[in-house]
Structures are given as structure tokens and as C-alpha cells.
Design a protein around this ligand. Sequence first.
Ligand code: HEC
Length: 152
Amino acid sequence: MNIQQQRKKRAVKILLGVIFAAIGAVALTAVYQGRGWNVPEEARQRKNPLAASGEGRRAAAAIYRDKCANCHGERGRGDGAEGRMHWPAPRDFTDAARMNVLSDGELFYKMSRGRRPMPSFDGRLGEEQRWQLVLYIRGFAGDSRGMPAPVK
Ligand code: HEC
């Protein structure tokens, strides 16, 4: 191989390296941007029309156990059998510092829309059930806006 051929080969290698790096960067950016939920401001501002009640709590607890716990965990820690297999893992609902920065409207919007792997629940659960769930999951972090202690 003469010097010219060697140079050509090196140039091709460098070019390929640059192309692969560019593809990698684009792919990473796409994944990273896909991470955000993009909750519209209007949805974020929505207020929970429901007040906490023992009845609502029982209803939400049953739905949660049935439809959410296998991913989000019985105690809301994001450690359900299925949740552990996902990336990103479901948020730990008992982490008050993280939950406090999320508005009711935002939680409502997210559970309504879902985001893979989480299914959307707007077709599966009524509005009232979803607002009850917002109150219910706040209870995991001991939020007093959540439910009163369960009625024995
Ligand atoms: C198949 C597993 C799965 C099921 C079932 C599921 N979720 Fe999720 N959920 C997730 C995952 C994973 C995330 C995190 C997604 C992300 O950050 O991209 C999530 C995120 C959320 C969030 C957003 C929290 C945040 O980080 O901002 C809320 C609220 C939520 N889930 C509520 C519910 C409720 C309520 C139910 C039941 C009605 C439910 N989920 C059922 C997997 C699930």
C-alpha cells in the first residue's frame, strides 16, 4: 500500500468515526428529549375539584391496587414487580421533596395521558377516579392534602 492509499484509508476511518459520533449524539438527544412529559401550563394549573374523603380514599385504594401497584408498588415506592423492570423506573411517591414540586394538575395529566411503559388512563378511568388517585398518591408522602387516616 502506498502512502496515498494509506492516507485515504485513514481519512475514511476518520469520516466514519465522525458519522457514528453524530448519529450517536442525535439518538441520545432524541432519547433525552423524549424524557420530558411536556405538561401544558393549562393542565399544570388545574385544581383538584375533589376534597379528601374516606369514601374517596377507599375507592382510590382499590383502583390503585388493581391498576397501579404492580408498577408503582403497594406503598408507592416505585418498586412494584413490574415497575422494577422498567427504565425509567416509576417515581417514588413517598419522596415528599420530589412530589411537592408536582401540581395536582400535573399528576392528573400524567396519569391521564400515560407514557410508555405506563398506559394512559383517560379511557379506562373516569375523571373523578383520576382526581381521587391524585389525592391518594399524595398520601404516600404523608401529604395532608391527601386522605385522612383510613376509617377503621
Ligand atoms: C406498566 C407500569 C405502570 C402502570 C400500570 C402505572 N404506571 Fe404510572 N408510571 C410508570 C412509569 C415507568 C412512570 C415513569 C415514567 C417516566 O418518568 O417517563 C410512571 C409515572 C407516573 C406518574 C408521573 C409521576 C412523575 O414522575 O411525574 C404518575 C402520576 C403515575 N405514574 C400514576 C399512575 C397511576 C395513578 C397508575 C394507576 C392508575 C399508574 N401510574 C399505573 C409505570 C406505570
